[in-house]
Design a protein around this ligand. Sequence first.
Ligand SMILES: [Zn+2]
Length: 407
Amino acid sequence: MTHVLRNALLPDGRRVDISVDAGRITAVGAAGSAPGTAAGDDLGGRLVIPGMVEPHAHIDKALTADAVPNPRGDLDGAIEAWIAAAQRGQFTYEDMVLRARAALERLLLNGTTAVRTHVNVGGGVGVMHVRAVKEAITEFAGLMDIQIVALTSSPMTGADGAENRASLIEAMELGVDLVGGCPHLDPDPQGLIDNALAVAADAGAGLDLHIDETLDPHMLSLQLLARSVMNTGFAHPVSASHCVSLSVVPLETQQVIARQVAEARISVIPLPQTNLFLQGWHHDVAMPRGIAPINVLREAGVLVAAGADNVQDPFNPMGRSDALETAALLVMAAHQLPDAAMDLVGNAGREVLGLPRVEMRVGDPADLVAIAAPSVRGALADAPRDRIVYRQGRRVAQRSETSSISR
Ligand SMILES: [Zn+2]
């Protein structure tokens, strides 16, 4: 049955009525043109944009910042703090289900309708995190598209990696969407990539690795990944998250690698917030930003989408689970203009997750967010709390804000 979202403001300035049926947009006409008898919502001139995407979350770790502090602030400090807390038995299954659910609720209320989350596997916890996250996401069926990456603990290679490799196989049998791991933390980055590709190919799964989350310009495992994907003819989606070190090598090197990444059809996921926090603690002068070179990658034809990564945990004490926060950081710390920044947290993310783009055309999925903002730039600047979230045309979340001044 047709449902109309009346009086919507599109990013191009048009005021429209958006008709929706069976989860898709069936008409976009001037405001007031849709039949008055049709059911629907009056959006009151709110800006309507595509449902936003978090292409790189860690919902098993989310919302632990107070319980697991990271006084050093850097990546090693975060990893050490997390492992120590895990060894103390600080993370129970029940607690993890509740936190993962809370993290997803925050994302949904802010207008995120698709999420890819990494989930720790191995490292003494086996597949407990995968089980907890799988339980948490059952409550979001029909509300969000959710993909799980089995983030294999380090090391993945050699004798010391045997338990982690076994846990990864167990996770694939439980049912996850992609294989993950961290080549830059492994004694054998190429061996990790080979193993991850083999496991993913066997399972018919994709691959999303934490790549080069370091300012060391000599760590360029992104190049190894691109060559390996080409050489194996790996047929499933591949993403390279972070790619921090690519930001500190000469432009010519960036361009060569970007072309290889494009040829291998690897998408890249820069993560401004967590990289700004974790990277650069040892640079007293000209502190680097640690954000993958978005424009160089896009100019080479690489699909790039941005995410927040961690949210209020030892890896990132901040974070509102709001893609508009990521987009605002892309404007301020990565020189993206507002429309480009919005695409990086919206349609580009949908492409990375294998979902069709939402261009407000007839036939597009009606995964939409209505925001009380006058423009895309205004939405990024103010990040208004007032939002209405639609998935396949159905209103699935809503938040509002009130304010007053008493004189
Ligand atoms: Zn991550």
